[in-house]
Write a protein that binds this ligand. Structure first.
Ligand SMILES: [Zn+2]
Ligand SMILES: [Zn+2]
Length: 738
C-alpha cells in the first residue's frame, strides 16, 4: 500500500546493514533486491520479519537467491501507476507518537502545529485527488514546502521522506477561528480561544480530516439541549471524544478488546457500556446503555484538549439530520451557520468527505458497524478471483463497493440515500473510486426495492449487465464473503426492511443459500403494517398489528395514543387499506417496545430496539426464561409470545429479557430443523438486528451449544452498510457461471 512508510523503512534497514540494491512498489507487492555479505543479508531479513512498520500488512514473503550484479548503493525506485493497475490507497491514520512528541516539544519547529504528520500517520484518502499518491495530486499541492520540509521530504533517512502531506508552520495550512461574522484569531491563539468558547458552553464547528464536527462540552446539559434543538435530533445518541483512556474509564467499562479498538491507528468510535455514575450528561445518549466514544486522532484534536478544563467533548458530524457531512468552508458557512456559534476552520481542502467509523467489540474482536474513516478504502480480501463489478448497496446507511482481482473495495459510509445531496455524493464517489482503482465494471448489482435511489441509479446505467439481488440474500452472502465461505449455509437475516421476491416487506428470514441463490426456508409470520414509513416512526402501529393478530384486547394501548389516530389505524388494519404485509424483525421489536410502554414513537431508526436491549442487559435473565412461540407452515408465529409480553408489560425489563431469549430460542429451533432436513451446520447471522449484542450473544450461545458453526461479521457491518459486498459476490457468481 502506498503512503505507509514501507519503502523508507526498507531503505533505512538496508543502510543499517550496509546492503546495496533497491526497493520498488508494484502491483505484485513490494520487490526488494539486496546485495551484500550473507551475514548482513540474514540480519536484514531477521529485522525485516520481526519489526515491520506499524501500518504495513505483510501477507506473504517470497525469497529468491539472485546472481550479484553490483548495485552501487541502495535506492528507492519510483513506482509508476500503469493503466489498469490496481493500487491500494491508504485510509487516513491517527497521528503517531513521534509526531505527537514533535508538536508538544517547545523546542521543535512544529510546536503546537495542528497539521504535523509523517509517513506513519496523517491524512491520506481524504486529501487524495488522483493516483499515484503523490503530493501534486493531493489537496496539499497548493502549499509549497519550505526548505526545511523539502529537505525532510527528500531525505530517505528521515521519518518524513516522501510524506506527501508534510508541512510546518512556515509553509503549511493553518487554522482560524470565526464567529458568524468575522475571523477572530488564527493559529495557536485560535485554538486557545476555541477552548475558552467551548468551556463557556458554546457550540463550535470544527473542521477535521473528512468533514466537520459540531463540538460542545459533554458535561453540559444546556449546550447539548441546544445542539439537539438546532440539529433537529431529539435523542439520537451523540459521539464523544475523550482526552485519553483514563477519561474514558471514568465514563465507561472497557474490555481489553475495547482498549485495543480505541487506541488503534484507525481510531474508530467504540460503543461502550456506560458507567452509571459517569459525569457525562445524560443527554449524550438518552435511554440506551452505551456511549460512542473515541480518542483524539488529529494533532488539532490533541491541541484542543491540551491545557483545557474539559476531558470530553461531544463531537457529532456537522450535518443536519440525513444530509451528507459538510466538507467545504463555503458550504459550512451556508449550512452550519445556524447550527454553530463559532467555526474553527482551516485551509487544507477536503477532497473526500469521510465520517467517523463506529465499532463495537464482541468475543474479543472488533465488529464494524459503520466502516468509514481509517478503514475505507482499504479493500476486503475475498480469497477468490472476481470480475469488475459495481454493487450499489441499499437505501439507509448506503455504502457501495467495487470489485477487481481478489478485492472488494467498499466506499466510505455515504449515508441515507433519501435526498438529492446524498445522491450526488453517492454518484461522485462512485466516479472517484472507479478512477482511483482503475475499475470499469462489467456488471452492476442492486437491491430489488424499486424505490431505492441506488436501485434506480443502477437501472439507469448503460452497457453493463444488471443483476438484482434480494436484500436478505445479500446480507448472508456478505457474511459468507468476509468469512471466505463457499457452498451452502443457513442464513439468519434479521432487520427492519428488505424488499421480498413476493413484493412484501421481509425482515425475519431463515434462508438456505449459497452465492448462486437462496431458498426461503422459514420466516416470521406476516402481519400487516399500516402506513409504511409512518409505522416505522409510530411504533405503536406495529404493536396494534401484532395485538390484533394475537387476538389480545388493545384497550391499554388505545389509552396511550390519540384516539383519532388509533381508530384510523385500526380501520386500516381491519380493512387492509394502505397496509403492506411484513415479516420484519425490526417491527416485532417496535411492537414489544410499544406494548411495554418503552417507546410508542421512535425518533430515530432502531430506537425502540436499542432501549429494549439496554433493559434486557440490565435484567440479566437466565437464557431459558422465555415465552412460548409456534412454528407452522414455514412461519415463526409470535402470537403466544405477544400474549406473554402483554402480561409482563408492567415490568419492561423482564418482558424485554424474556423476549430476547425467545428470539434466540426460536433461531436455534428453526436452525435445528433446517440442519436435520438439509444437512447443513454452518450458520451466518446478518442484518441490522444483530447490532443488538445482547440478542447476538444469546443467539450465538444457543447455536454453539447445538454444535453449529456460527459465522458473524467483523470487518463489514451486519446492517445495510454491508449489503453491497453480498450483492457483489452474488453478481460475480452470476457473471462467472454464464
Ligand atoms: Zn507521524
Ligand atoms: Zn515547512
Amino acid at each position: 500500500m502506498q503512503g505507509v512508510g514501507f519503502r523508507p523503512w526498507v531503505h533505512q534497514l538496508a543502510h543499517a546493514h550496509m546492503l546495496s540494491g533497491y526497493v520498488l512498489n508494484s502491483t505484485l507487492g513490494v520487490t526488494i533486491e539486496i546485495e551484500g555479505s550473507e551475514e548482513d543479508q540474514l540480519r536484514f531479513l531477521s529485522d525485516f520479519h520481526s519489526h515491520p512498520p506499524l501500518l504495513a500488512v505483510i501477507d506473504e514473503v517470497h525469497e529468491e537467491i539472485l546472481e550479484p550484479i553490483g548495485h552501487a548503493a541502495f535506492e528507492i525506485r519510483e513506482s509508476r501507476a500503469a493503466p489498469g493497475e490496481f493500487v491500494l490507497i491508504p485510509p487516513d491514520i491517527a497521528v503517531c507518537e513521534d509526531c505527537l512528541a514533535d508538536f508538544r516539544d517547545p523546542s521543535n519547529r512544529r510546536w503546537g502545529y495542528p497539521f504535523t504528520n509523517c509517513t506513519h500517520c496523517g491524512p491520506r484518502y481524504t486529501i487524495i485527488q488522483d493516483i499515484p499518491y503523490d503530493r501534486r495530486l493531493t489537496t496539499m499541492s497548493e502549499f509549497r514546502m519550505c526548505p526545511a520540509c523539502d529537505a525532510e521530504y527528500h531525505d530517505p533517512s528521515d521519518r518524513r521522506f516522501h510524506a506527501q502531506p508534510n508541512a510546518c508552520p512556515e509553509c503549511g495550512p493553518w487554522v482560524e477561528l470565526w464567529d458568524r461574522e468575522r475571523c477572530l484569531s488564527s493559529r495557536s491563539e485560535a485554538i486557545r480561544e476555541t477552548q475558552r468558547r467551548l468551556e463557556a458552553g458554546r457550540i463550535v464547528a470544527i473542521k477535521g480530516l473528512g468533514g466537520f464536527h459540531l463540538a460542545c462540552l459533554a458535561s453540559n446539559e444546556d449546550s447539548m439541549r441546544l445542539l439537539r434543538e438546532r440539529k433537529r435530533r431529539s435523542d439520537k445518541p451523540f459521539a464523544v471524544m475523550a482526552r485519553d483512556l483514563s477519561a474514558i474509564e471514568a465514563m465507561c467499562c472497557l474490555s481489553d478488546a475495547d482498549r485495543a479498538a480505541l487506541t488503534s491507528v484507525r481510531r474508530p468510535i467504540v460503543l461502550l457500556p456506560r458507567r452509571e455514575a459517569s459525569h457525562v450528561a445524560a443527554q449524550v445518549a438518552p435511554g440506551i446503555g452505551w456511549i460512542g466514544v473515541m480518542l483524539p486522532y488529529t494533532p488539532l484534536h490533541h491541541l484542543l484538549f491540551d491545557g483545557a478544563a474539559f476531558d470530553a467533548l461531544v463531537m457529532t458530524s456537522g450535518n443536519l439530520s440525513e444530509e451528507p457531512i459538510a466538507s467545504r468552508n463555503e458550504e459550512v458557512a451556508m449550512r452550519l451557520h445556524t447550527l454553530a456559534d463559532d467555526f474553527l476552520l482551516h485551509n487544507r481542502k477536503i477532497q473526500t468527505r469521510v465520517d467517523d467509523s463506529v465499532v463495537r467489540t464482541f468475543e474479543g474482536r472488533e465488529r464494524t458497524l459503520r466502516r468509514s474513516r481509517g478503514y475505507a478504502p482499504h479493500p476486503i480480501e475475498l480469497g477468490v478471483p472476481v470480475q469488475q463489478i459495481l454493487a450499489c448497496g441499499g437505501e439507509l446507511k448506503n455504502v457501495f463497493c467495487l470489485t477487481k482481482t481478489h478485492y472488494a473495495v467498499l466506499s466510505q459510509h455515504i449515508g441515507d440515500l433519501e435526498n438529492l445531496e446524498t445522491l450526488e455524493v453517492f454518484e461522485e464517489t462512485i466516479q472517484h473510486m472507479k478512477r482511483f482503482f482503475r475499475i470499469s465494471p462489467v456488471g452492476v448489482a442492486y437491491d430489488l426495492h424499486p424505490r431505492y435511489l441506488s436501485t434506480r441509479f443502477a437501472l439507469s446505467l448503460q452497457g453493463v449487465e444488471k443483476i438484482g439481488v434480494q436484500h436478505h440474500h445479500a446480507h448472508i452472502a456478505s457474511c459468507m464473503a468476509e468469512n471466505h465461505l463457499e457452498g451452502r449455509v443457513i442464513g439468519v437475516a434479521f432487520d427492519g426492511t428488505g424488499y421480498g421476491t413476493d413484493g412484501k416487506i421481509w425482515g425475519g428470514e431463515f434462508l438456505v443459500c449459497d452465492y448462486a441463490g437462496f431458498k426461503r426456508w422459514a420466516h416470521f409470520r406476516y402481519v400487516p403494517l399500516a402506513g409504511g414509513d409512518t409505522a416505522v416512526r409510530q411504533t405503536w402501529r406495529s404493536a396494534l398489528a401484532y395485538l390484533q393478530d394475537a387476538g389480545v384486547d388493545t384497550g391499554f394501548l388505545a389509552d396511550q395514543v390519540s384516539a383519532d389516530a388509533f381508530r384510523l389505524v385500526q380501520t386500516m388494519l381491519t380493512r387492509g387499506v394502505n397496509t403492506v404485509e411484513t415479516s420484519s424483525c425490526g417491527r416485532l421489536f417496535d411492537a414489544v417496545a410499544a406494548v411495554t410502554g418503552v417507546r410508542l414513537e421512535a425518533n430515530y431508526e432502531g430506537q425502540g430496539a436499542m432501549e429494549l436491549e439496554a433493559l434486557a442487559v440490565r435484567a440479566a435473565l437466565p437464557a431459558d426464561d422465555a415465552y412460548p412461540f409456534d412454528i407452522a407452515n414455514g412461519q415463526l408465529d409470535f402470537r403466544e409470545t405477544m400474549r406473554g409480553v402483554v402480561r409482563d408489560r408492567g415490568r419492561p425489563g423482564i418482558a424485554s429479557g424474556r423476549f430476547h431469549n425467545t428470539l434466540a430460542q426460536a433461531v436455534a429451533e428453526i436452525c435445528s430443523r433446517i440442519a436435520a432436513s438439509e444437512r447443513i451446520h454452518r450458520i451466518c447471522l446478518s442484518g441490522g438486528t444483530f447490532q443488538n449484542f445482547h440478542l447476538l450473544g444469546r443467539t450465538v450461545e444457543r447455536l454453539r451449544h447445538a454444535s453449529f458453526e456460527v459465522y458473524l461479521h467483523s470487518r463489514v457491518p451486519p446492517n445495510d452498510g454491508g449489503l453491497c459486498l453480498g450483492q457483489a459476490v452474488v453478481a460475480n457468481h452470476q457473471l462467472t457461471s454464464k
